[in-house]
Design a binder for this molecule. Structure first.
Ligand code: PEP
Ligand code: MG
Length: 559
């Protein structure tokens, strides 16, 4: 038995074979082939395999998101057998006697550069496509699956670290749990694991070794322990814990249909954070009142090119109609920082967390924002939509964004396309500037939602991605809690509601504080809804409020 200790970031016990995440190999071997005809046949077989895979992906996309989504994969199919592309590869193999992997790599680079140099943004974007298609052919040649899980059974997935774009593209039905060498608890990969309700452990360093692949592993997301080939006692203990957790969940089931109300009658909304319309099923099965944060950027991360208006419209419409009249707050694109997307072609930044991200990108590149806002307003006809802007620091940004909303509404009216007139507009409070300006910002919005993951990062000047800063990144810091109180007071003075959609919302050690300062809504991962409801129903706010508020502002509470 081998015991490894990491940090649990998503609770639950999981058992299964260990599987290492397959990332495409970046170094391609280059050599002269003795039999170019045989090498050409190798290429043709790999090309055929890639085309078949793309066909399957197109079908899957069609079923899940409609014809438009399938089109991308169909375009990739056509690219894979494009005559000029194929001829260039053939020349490299048959005339220059190059091995197929190197021939595809060279041709991909040549075509990608040619597309990138074109003036038309449509053709520029094809540069990423040709690389993607070529990567798939190379994966078929080398036998290394591209960023996938090539296992017939569900696995405990191990990786050095996973980027959000890699995590969203994984086949969730194949994953029992995550273990990563690096990572931090407030990274988007950890957040995604919680949203999916999958146990996850980060920061195991080099204790986990590739030679453990295929062996049985048990992970415990509440303690951060990873056990490879557990002995009989440990195995029995952990399986018992798994059973116990299952029983706890069953007990919590009884809370379904009950209100989120304290012993002395104070109500609070409990909503969910989601990353895709598919997560709505978990929102409903956990009986949440609505969606408090739909991270729309995960749609973009899941695409190889800018998602079209129709593609986005279908996704938002699905979330809204599946929620059946319950509010769905969709956050506009929040990329940048740790969420990088190749096809945005963003220039390198020294400090991406302080850089061109979120609403800043939308205001700098209004054509992208415009497409998203049109999709959002069109979808608003199918449910109760709230639109929320991330990373706000100034009133002018909100005014400019709202102006674009008005412009989109005017366009839709002119085109006779229906939309709701009752869309709430809110902002994330996740920068110290937004906290300090919350009295003014409250005058230009309908609601605030506090993004405590970033608010902690920016208030404490502490990178949320940096695992070495663990004890410095403290969302319980009085500076963060006082900021929340200030935001609440300013919101309520102006008749604006205020929620928390950062991970702190699910922290049961702070539920009393949130109720005492008057937070109106907590938006958490689906699995956290019922434990939070249970906690709320045990609290008597009038009995604890005075002390909680006094502690918050006390001289002692300086950390
Ligand atoms: C936050 O910053 O708290 C938040 C909810 O947004 P994200 O984690 O996606 O940055
Ligand atoms: Mg944020």
């Amino acid at each position: 038995m081998i015991s490894i200790q990491g940090k649990g970031v998503s609770t639950g016990v999981a058992i299964g074979p260990l599987y290492y995440y397959q990332r495409a190999k970046s170094t391609i071997r280059r050599y002269e082939v003795a039999d170019p005809d045989a090498e050409w046949a190798r290429f043709k077989a790999a090309q055929e395999k890639a085309i078949a895979q793309l066909g399957e992906l197109a079908e899957k996309a069609r079923e899940e998101a409609g014809d438009e989504a399938a089109l991308l994969f169909e375009t990739h199919q056509m690219m894979a057998e494009d005559m000029e592309y194929e001829e260039a590869i053939q020349t490299a193999i048959q005339e220059n006697k190059l091995n197929a992997e190197a021939a595809v790599t060279d041709t991909a680079a040549q075509f990608a550069d040619m597309f990138a140099a074109m003036d038309d943004p449509y053709f520029q974007a094809r540069s990423a496509d040709v690389k993607d298609v070529s990567g798939r052919i190379i994966a078929a040649l080398t036998g290394v699956a591209q960023g996938g899980i090539d296992s017939p059974v569900p696995v405990i997935l191990a990786a050095d670290d996973l980027a959000p774009s890699e995590t969203v593209q994984l086949d969730k039905s194949k994953i029992l749990g995550f273990v990563t060498e690096g990572g931090s608890g407030s990274s988007h990969t950890a957040i995604l694991a919680r949203t999916m309700g999958i146990p996850a452990i980060i920061g195991v360093g080099n204790q986990l070794k590739p030679e453990y692949e295929g062996r049985e592993v048990i992970i415990d997301g509440s303690t951060g322990s990873v056990v490879v080939e557990a002995d009989a006692d440990t195995r029995a203990h952990l399986l018992k814990k798994m059973e116990e957790q299952k029983r706890q969940r069953e007990l919590l089931e009884k809370l379904k249909g009950q209100p989120n109300v304290t012993l002395d009658g104070q109500s609070i909304k409990v909503f969910c954070n989601i990353g895709s319309p598919d997560d709505v099923a978990a929102v409903l099965s956990n009986d949440a009142g609505g969606v408090g944060l739909f991270r729309s950027e995960f749609l973009y991360l899941n695409c190889d090119d800018y998602p079209s208006e129709d593609y986005q419209f279908e996704a938002y419409k699905k979330a809204l109609s599946d929620m059946n009249g319950r509010e769905v707050v969709i956050r506009t694109l929040d990329i940048g920082a740790d969420k990088q997307i190749g096809y945005f072609n963003m220039p390198h930044e020294e400090n991406p967390a302080l850089g061109n991200r979120a609403l800043r990108i939308c205001l700098n590149r209004p054509e992208i924002f415009h497409t998203q806002l049109r999709a959002l307003y069109r979808a608003s006809a199918y449910g109760r939509l709230g639109i929320m802007f991330p990373m706000v620091t100034s009133v002018w940004e909100v005014k400019e964004a709202r102006k674009m909303c008005e412009q989109v509404k005017a366009e839709l009216t002119k085109e006779g396309i229906p939309f709701s007139d009752d869309v709430e507009i809110g902002i994330m409070i996740e920068t110290p500037a937004a906290v300090l300006m919350s009295d003014r910002l409250a005058k230009v919005v309908d609601f605030f939602s506090c993004g405590t993951n970033d608010l902690t990062q920016y208030t404490l000047a502490c990178d949320r991605q940096n695992a070495d800063l663990g004890r410095f990144y403290n969302p319980h810091h009085p500076a963060v809690l006082r900021a929340l109180k200030m935001v609440c007071d300013n919101a309520h003075k102006n008749g604006v509601w205020v929620g928390i959609c950062g991970e702190l919302g699910a922290d049961l050690a702070l539920t009393e504080t949130f109720l005492s300062i008057g937070i109106d809504e907590l938006s958490v991962s689906p699995r956290a809804v019922l434990p939070l409801r249970q906690k709320i129903r045990e609290i008597n706010v009038s009995q604890i409020k005075e002390k909680v508020l006094a502690d918050l502002l006390s001289d002692e509470n300086t950390i």
